[in-house]
Ligand binder design. Structure first.
Ligand SMILES: Nc1nc2c(ncn2[C@@H]2O[C@H](COP(=O)(O)OP(=O)(O)O[C@H]3O[C@H](CO)[C@@H](O)[C@H](O)[C@@H]3O)[C@@H](O)[C@H]2O)c(=O)[nH]1
Length: 239
């Protein structure tokens, strides 16, 4: 049987300070665990020069390990994932934020859990077991908890962290889920898990520590929250 390969998708928008650290950590943990991998950076025309930094990192770690799949302008997180998957050569896809809130040390744990249970999806959870959130102010914690509570109530997905985005998928499963998901914005992450459950795919969870970014800014604003509430209700009505 051919060896497994893991394609790690890193969507970036203004992450020039975080990118060298996250990529260094990914390389470290993948090498230590002897896991075959590639990192795909999907930068959306970041004005801070993220792509130039990514090009330097490609020179350091090699073009077979660090792939650049930039787009000219900010087209959003959901379509960035789709763009990355189109270029992924791995049979497994790992999706994570590039801002250091998702620590690469959890990747081998995701892989171990997937392998030992042949799971279709492994989702990082901040709201179960040893999982947690560090560095958020009260308002941001309330938004995240509120969003999770509301979605648990409406969708009953049997998953403890619906809004998180640190996940591992079998590539074929991810492609099918994407083809069925209609949500845009932050609700997209949620719909992926809901659809996975509906289609009978197996979902496991790994508790993760989510640490708020030190460099740069979150792209979550008031309009995203309003959009989230609207899209959640649409998802509720259509599932
Ligand atoms: N290519 C691309 N990347 C983007 C874009 N918008 C954001 N990103 C990248 O996507 C990652 C997450 O973006 P943030 O803006 O830092 O996310 P957040 O508001 O902190 O939200 C996080 O938490 C949410 C809920 O807990 C999650 O739902 C969300 O996916 C993310 O993990 C970062 O790597 C960021 O650079 C975009 O339009 N295009």
């Amino acid at each position: 049987m051919p060896e497994n390969k893991y394609s790690i998708l890193l969507p970036t928008y203004n992450e020039k300070d975080n990118l060298p650290i996250i990529i260094w950590l990914i390389v470290k943990y993948m090498q230590e665990s002897k896991i075959d991998y590639e990192v795909i950076v999907i930068d959306d025309g970041s004005p801070d020069g993220t792509l130039e930094v990514a090009k330097q990192l490609q020179k350091i770690y090699g073009e077979d390990r660090i792939l650049l799949r930039p787009r000219a302008s900010k087209l959003g997180l959901g379509t960035a994932y789709i763009h990355g998957i189109e270029h992924a050569s791995g049979n497994y896809i790992i999706i994570m934020d590039a801002d250091l809130s998702h620590h690469p040390k959890f990747i081998p744990q995701f892989i171990d859990l997937q392998k030992s249970n042949n799971l279709d999806v492994v989702s990082g959870t901040r709201y179960s077991g040893a999982g947690g959130v560090y560095g958020w102010d009260f308002k941001r914690k309330l938004i995240s908890r509120g969003a999770n509570f509301l979605s648990q109530l409406l969708l009953r997905p049997n998953a403890s962290d619906l809004t998180g985005s640190f996940r591992l998928y079998k590539k074929e499963v991810l492609k099918e889920l994407i083809s069925r998901c209609k949500s845009k914005g932050y609700v997209f992450q949620m719909e992926m898990i809901v659809r996975a459950r509906q289609l009978g795919y197996t979902v496991g969870e790994v508790p993760i520590s989510f640490v708020d970014r030190v460099y740069g800014q979150s792209k979550l604003g008031g309009s995203e929250i309003v959009q989230f509430a609207k899209n959640l209700l649409i998802l509720f009505a259509t599932t």
